[in-house]
Design a protein around this ligand. Structure first.
Ligand code: FMN
Length: 307
């Protein structure tokens, strides 16, 4: 059986994944934290925590709240910063066979350019995922992904300074996600990841105030799956570059739904919090499904629900 996927067919070096199962940024640390639980190198790719120019402590606590079928988070991009990532994490990744993709986030277009410039040519980094979709920072983030023009501006700028394959991660918090997707594809994205979290809030009725320290947060988990699936379906009909589906994927059948909707690969996020092996379980389930159905190549499943 062939599970391999080329995620950057238009890029000179490409981004070949052994299989379509990836981890979602911010839910799997730097990959190293999970390597004692299972062989993380069996996965298709690992996407690390959102990385900024300087280290960030993130938003005030509380930053997580459970909701019906989901989780609301307002972490606010707590991370070690790009220089520490290059010094401490990349050398570990350089010895791994699984590609590691660095998720980058900025408050200004120039932040993204500087980040991409610093990561270019660093051993151990196979691609960048440009996060124009974080709802939990005061400036930048999801603001860039909300309109086709600003999304394209970031993508065009990053494209100019990086030789790495460029994934762009979209926000569902926009009125027309297909238009944003077309704009970033036009600007040179090799692939599109979607979706990031949906903006939401919870109120503590005893305290009579918002529960999260940041007031609002981003909703993830099974509750957002139908929205994410619809958006993947929509975007798959609008662009001709690979799509990476994300949002509420917990089981193998969730993953297969996204692939059948048109995703070439999928990311497992919140599911890893309750089952750290979830990405591997999903992968093994896809293999079993293909065996049972007599499918020789994962490509046979991509977009079949669109025909
Ligand atoms: C705690 C937490 C932190 C996250 N941090 C990031 C991040 O740093 N960068 C990013 O692009 N997405 C981040 N996300 C969004 C996820 O990568 C994913 O897009 C979203 O959670 C939807 O997928 P899921 O429902 O499978 O979790 C985060 C999500 C959670 C729950």
């Amino acid at each position: 059986m062939n599970l391999s996927i080329q995620l950057a067919p238009k890029h000179p070096r490409g981004l070949l994944l052994a299989n379509p199962v990836m981890t979602a940024s911010g839910t799997f640390g730097y990959g190293t934290e999970y390597s004692h639980l299972f062989d993380v190198q069996k996965l298709g790719a690992i996407v690390c925590k959102g990385t900024t120019l300087n280290p960030r402590e993130g938003n005030p606590q509380p930053r997580l709240a459970e909701t019906a079928g989901g989780v609301l988070n307002s972490i606010g991009l707590e991370n070690i910063g790009v220089n520490a990532l290059i010094k401490e994490k990349a050398p570990i990744w350089a010895s791994w066979r699984v590609p590691v993709i660095v998720n980058i986030a900025g408050e200004t277009v120039d932040d993204y350019a500087q980040l991409a410039g610093k990561l270019d040519g660093v051993a151990g980094i196979s691609a960048i995922e440009v996060n124009i979709s974080c709802p939990n920072i005061k400036a930048g983030g999801a603001e860039f992904g909300a309109s086709p023009d600003t999304a394209a501006e970031v993508a065009t700028t990053v494209r100019k300074v990086t030789s790495l394959p460029m994934l762009v991660k979209l926000t569902p918090n926009t009125s027309d996600i297909a238009k944003v997707a077309m704009a970033v594809a036009e600007a040179g994205a090799d692939a599109i990841s979607l979706i990031n979290t949906l903006k939401g809030m919870v109120i503590d009725i005893n305290q009579r105030k918002p529960l999260l320290g940041n007031i609002t947060g981003g909703l993830s988990g099974p509750a957002i799956k139908p929205v994410a699936l619809y958006m993947v379906y929509e975007v798959a009909g609008a662009v001709d570059i690979p799509i990476i589906g994300c949002g509420g994927i917990t089981t193998t059948s969730d993953a297969l739904e996204f692939i059948m909707a048109g995703a070439s690969a999928i990311q497992v996020g919140t599911a890893s919090f309750t089952n750290p092996r979830a990405p591997l379980d999903v992968l093994e389930g896809i293999e079993q499904f293909m065996k049972k159905e007599g499918i020789k190549d994962i490509a046979e499943l991509i977009g079949v629900a669109r025909n």
